[in-house]
Design a protein around this ligand. Structure first.
Ligand code: PGA
Length: 282
């Protein structure tokens, strides 16, 4: 059950545009550099707002972010003791203690290493009898918790964010979705065989995701290059759900050289970032 988390509610947090009105693309040398950059932004946020609600993602891509943030916590440069964590998506039908339920994955990869307890965690119930009610309850709980301050996103090879597969409504709310076969194949590596990959998932909707104050998408590897190009240089279109980031006042897309390899405006993005004032951050 998605329990509303204490604190965080209220009008004090507004999106910080810092003068941006387009997706910022930051090209980094490799995944480790991307992880360090994003962990730095999370740490800055937690210094400003110790009880910030961090929206986290699963998959392989975000791992360098979590590793870098854990290193910062261990070195004492940031304190996560009041941080709150919100889940992006979940498989339907995997129990909370199934090793590949996203709740388990996040407990293992994010909460435990950061020393954050489950009382500061919120996520949808993938085993609820009434899935639709569970989706609506989670969507409401996010709002009641004051909204997500920074949402970390990966991207699917098909351009999905969360589990919003191509042709998801750009104003969708948290709901049940069917995975494409491509996503099931991509995720089969986490299971013994593909037959164990669920067909159904609960995902924050695109409209839900767009309510976070800062969206940070990380993409690494050549396999993501087409999806990244469609996200930032293509039209805003449901066929590439991540292109909805273009509608957000504060969206940052961090890519390594391989994931940037199909960007027509790569040089422009590089020059823009290099010449950016330090105070602005990402
Ligand atoms: P990956 O998944 O990081 O494991 O490539 C990304 C996603 O599906 O959002």
């Amino acid at each position: 059950m998605a329990a509303p988390l204490p604190s965080g509610a209220g009008p004090r947090r507004v999106p910080s545009q810092n003068g941006r009105l387009s997706v910022e693309v930051v090209i980094v040398p490799d995944a480790k550099a991307g992880g360090a950059l994003i962990a730095g932004a999370m740490a800055d946020l937690l210094r400003r707002t110790p009880d910030a609600l961090l929206g986290v993602a699963t998959g392989s891509t975000p791992l360098p972010v979590y590793e870098a943030l854990v290193a910062q916590v261990r070195s004492g440069s940031v304190d996560t003791s009041r941080a709150r964590i919100a889940q992006l998506d979940e498989y339907v039908g995997l129990t909370a203690d199934h090793p590949e339920s996203y709740r388990s994955v996040l407990r293992r990869e994010v909460l435990e290493p950061l020393g954050i307890g489950m009382d500061a965690f919120m996520g949808p119930d993938g085993t609820a009898e009434d899935v639709q009610a569970a989706c609506e309850a989670y969507d409401r709980a996010l709002t009641e918790a004051g909204g997500v301050d920074l949402q970390l996103l990966g991207i699917g090879t098909d351009g999905h964010i969360g589990f919003n597969e191509p042709c998801s409504s750009l104003v969708s709310r948290t709901r049940i979705k069917t995975l494409t076969e491509q996503t099931r194949v991509d995720n089969a590596r986490f299971f013994d065989d593909i037959d164990q990959v669920p067909h159904h998932v609960i995902t924050q909707g695109i409209g839900t995701i767009l309510e976070a104050r800062h969206l940070v998408l990380l993409a690494t590897g050549e396999g993501k290059a087409d999806a990244v190009a469609a996200t930032v240089e293509g039209p805003v279109a449901a066929v590439c759900p991540a292109s909805a980031l273009q509608l957000h006042p504060h969206a940052t897309v961090v890519v390594d050289e391989a994931a940037a390899s199909k960007l027509k405006f790569a040089d422009y993005f590089r020059r823009t970032y290099v010449n950016k004032p330090d105070w602005q951050g990402i």
